[in-house]
Design a protein around this ligand. Structure first.
Ligand SMILES: NC(=O)c1ccc[n+]([C@@H]2O[C@H](COP(=O)([O-])OP(=O)(O)OC[C@H]3O[C@@H](n4cnc5c(N)ncnc54)[C@H](OP(=O)(O)O)[C@@H]3O)[C@@H](O)[C@H]2O)c1
Length: 250
């Protein structure tokens, strides 16, 4: 029997237009946010290479040339803008999504010390990194329920680990800790609906955010993450894993 919490989600899903059972049709459909560059773009490339149907979102789809070249379907999305999230959900209404990867994120201001911390920028960082993935997941629940994969991957960071905190970066670290907590609650609530939702650290990756001295390429990060995602089971929901499948401390 479904838990009380999930009954309320089912009622919400019905109101949002979801009516059918899970579909087993192929190909697998993946939606990646922040897909115009960095890790998001490489996720799109590698899923396309596997023959998946990929929906890649970008804040500006006109300039997302590399994303367009992958053959992915482009959808405009700013994860901080409720109207943009609603418009994306409307555009994708009735389409199944097997795997949602909430990848879009910002480092926020680069000041490391408390004295230099700008709290307006911290709020923006939380808006993108913590609330953005929740807005998108909520809006796309009917699509996830229509798919057979029923998997959500929130791209977090080891910098969100309280146990492993090396100091500084107040806004970024706290925003990823908050994402980890939000996902844990989400995983508990969505388990009865068969949705598996994890947080994942992609490694220190050579992107605009990670910098050119980062430890690994986007190719290696994404190849690792895909192996981990492929192996996910419902019992993994709520876990905090890195791109090599290693469990990270909260
Ligand atoms: N690189 C690393 O070493 C590393 C380590 C740990 C975790 N991560 C995480 O991995 C994810 C991807 O990072 P990355 O290294 O690929 O960074 P990146 O190269 O800076 O790319 C970030 C992506 O997020 C998008 N984005 C930013 N704000 C957005 C918003 N409000 N709405 C929608 N999209 C938005 C960007 O779009 P625009 O082009 O429009 O700005 C871009 O597509 C992030 O969540 C990051 O925190 C990265």
């Amino acid at each position: 029997m479904l838990a009380k919490l999930s009954v309320s989600i089912l009622l919400w899903l019905t109101a949002a237009g979801f009516s059918g059972a899970a579909s087993a049709e192929t190909p697998t459909t993946v939606l990646v946010t922040g897909a115009n560059r960095g890790i998001g773009l490489e996720l799109v490339r590698q899923f396309r290479a596997r023959g998946y149907q990929v929906i890649g979102t970008a804040r500006n789809i006109e300039t997302a040339k590399e994303l367009a070249e992958t053959g992915a379907t482009l959808v405009q999305l700013d994860v901080t803008d409720s109207d943009s999230v609603r418009a994306m959900a409307e555009k994708l209404k009735g389409e199944k999504i097997d795997l949602l990867i909430n990848n879009a994120g910002i480092q926020g201001h680069t000041a490391q010390s408390f004295a230099e911390t700008d709290f307006d920028q911290v709020i923006t960082t939380f808006d993108v990194n913590s609330l953005g993935p929740m807005r998108v997941t909520q809006a796309l629940l009917p699509n996830l329920m229509a798919g057979s994969g029923k998997t959500v991957v929130q791209i977090s960071s080891t910098m969100g680990s309280i146990a492993n905190n090396g100091g500084g970066y107040y806004g970024y670290r706290a925003s990823k800790s908050a994402l980890n907590m939000l996902n844990k609650s989400l995983a508990l609530e969505l388990a009865d609906l068969g949705i598996t939702s994890i947080v994942m650290h992609p490694g220190w990756v050579q992107t605009r955010m990670g910098g050119e001295n980062a430890a690994i390429t986007t190719q290696d990060s994404v190849a690792g993450m895909i192996i981990v995602i492929d192996a996910l089971e419902p019992g993994d929901s709520g876990r905090f894993l890195d791109y090599q499948g290693k469990e990270l401390p909260w």
